[in-house]
Design a protein around this ligand. Structure first.
Ligand code: SF4
Ligand code: SF4
Length: 417
């Protein structure tokens, strides 16, 4: 690990980066497409995803996987968008399996048929994580703006039939968190082995909808109590994970386990990031796997060295005796909420910006927050938002969600496979 920022200094002066102490990546997240039939209100894809118009080809993905594996990556997440929209998914999985990855498919289930799950099994897929939006058809379909609840239920049955561990994921927020007991009962009926109840993190589309999605403290406490009681009941049968939200915490999470430390994300068009929303950070040119090797990107690129170690930290964090616990938290959250990515994540109660979280909670409790229209994740809205940003029509905080100068691709030029 570059403890003192020497890698950045070496790059600035044109010298080679000393690779000693930089860990190889272990997790490669391949966002193979940003096409998606769903329109989730909390979607973690960048709000300006519709600027992307040219997905990596099958051969390009295979090269990325090969280079990632050669560096030591062992876990592969195939995500999107909806990865099942790629016709070559089976081919990508087969190659990843041959290379020795443990291959996870992260899916909404839309596009999964018996023929496809059979083909994916034969190709060597190890693991499927299926997302639900709620336990009720009405709320599930509202939150994704599609009629998909029954289809997802059928996919859950297929996952069991093909002998995969059933991993069910549900993002929690104000509109569904009171159903947590029912969500767990649904998971039990589906014979889930693992359930991840991930409280919405407020990035991307969830940040645009924060006023409408931020749960109250009371909702959160109740949901955690119900989950704890259920955990006791299903002990030994089902594993439950309850991911706490940042807005009621006093210390930030060790985001991505450190910048450029474990995770590497490749976007649909080949842009390579240390985390899936980092493209919003200003002043960083993120490299593309089409132009550069994964090895150079991980070890030598200015982007991946920018926030490694603690050389970049401001005095508050650099001199803090807790810095090893959280490495100053999330750079994107620091930028979104304070305008400066080198600040401490304002989730930390030592941060002078910590009050912003309480202000956001207060804002979400106002009556007008309940009637504000929700923004659904669609190509049309992504383009519209980019236009609004260019026109200066967004708030400063919302402007920060976009990559500098992102321009929507023309309506018909989002090329898939
Ligand atoms: S969160 Fe929803 S809209 Fe976003 S990629 Fe996943 S399924 Fe699609
Ligand atoms: S001051 Fe910085 S390093 Fe210390 S606990 Fe807070 S965020 Fe972490």
């Amino acid at each position: 690990m570059d403890r003192d920022g020497s890698a950045v200094k070496a790059i600035e002066s044109g010298d080679a980066v000393n690779r000693e102490g930089i860990n190889p990546p272990l997790w490669l997240l391949a966002e193979v497409t940003y096409r998606c039939p769903l329109h989730c209100v909390f979607c973690y894809n960048p709000v300006d995803y519709a600027k992307q118009h040219n997905e990596l080809s099958t051969e390009e993905w295979i090269r990325v996987l090969r280079e990632g594996r050669a560096m030591g990556a062992a876990q592969l997440g195939l995500s999107g968008g909806e990865p099942l929209l790629r016709d070559d998914l089976e081919e990508i999985v087969a190659e990843a399996h041959k290379l020795g990855y443990y291959v996870n498919l992260i899916t909404s289930g839309i596009g999964m048929t018996e023929a496809r799950i059979k083909a994916l099994k034969e190709a060597g897929l190890d693991h499927i994580q299926l997302s639900f939006q709620d336990s009720t058809k009405e709320m599930n379909d509202f939150l994704s703006s599609t009629k998909t609840f029954e289809l997802k239920s059928r996919v859950a049955a297929l996952i069991k039939k093909y002998d995969y561990p059933m991993v069910l994921n549900c993002v929690l927020h104000k509109l569904n968190i009171d159903h947590v007991g029912e969500i767990l009962e649904m998971a039990e009926r589906m014979e889930a082995d693992y359930v991840e109840l991930a409280n919405s993190q407020f990035y991307s589309w969830a940040f645009l909808n924060r006023d409408q999605l931020l749960p109250t403290k009371e909702q959160l406490v109740r949901a955690e109590q119900i989950t704890d009681a259920f955990r006791e009941k299903v002990k030994g049968k089902m594993k439950l994970f309850f991911v706490m939200p940042d807005y009621y915490s006093e210390r930030p999470k060790k985001c991505m386990n450190g910048w450029g430390n474990v995770f590497i994300t490749v976007q649909a068009d080949g842009t390579v990031l240390p985390c899936h929303v980092a493209s919003m950070l200003p002043g960083i040119e993120f490299p593309n796997a089409r132009d550069k090797s994964m090895d150079w990107i991980w070890y030598d690129s200015p982007a991946f060295n920018k926030y490694r170690g603690d050389g970049w930290m401001n005095d508050l964090c650099k001199t803090c005796d807790e810095k090893e616990n959280d490495l100053s938290g999330c750079r994107c959250q620091a930028y979104m909420l304070t305008g400066d990515a080198t600040n401490a994540d304002p989730v930390c109660s030592k941060s002078p910006h910590h009050h912003k979280l309480a202000e956001a909670v207060a804002e979400s409790l106002k009556p007008q927050a309940q009637v504000k229209p929700i923004v659904f994740r669609t190509d049309k809205d992504s383009r519209e938002l980019m236009k609004q940003r260019e026109g200066g029509d967004l708030t400063e905080e919302h402007r920060r969600l976009f990559e500098c100068g992102s321009v929507p691709s023309a309506d018909n030029s989002r090329i898939g496979q």
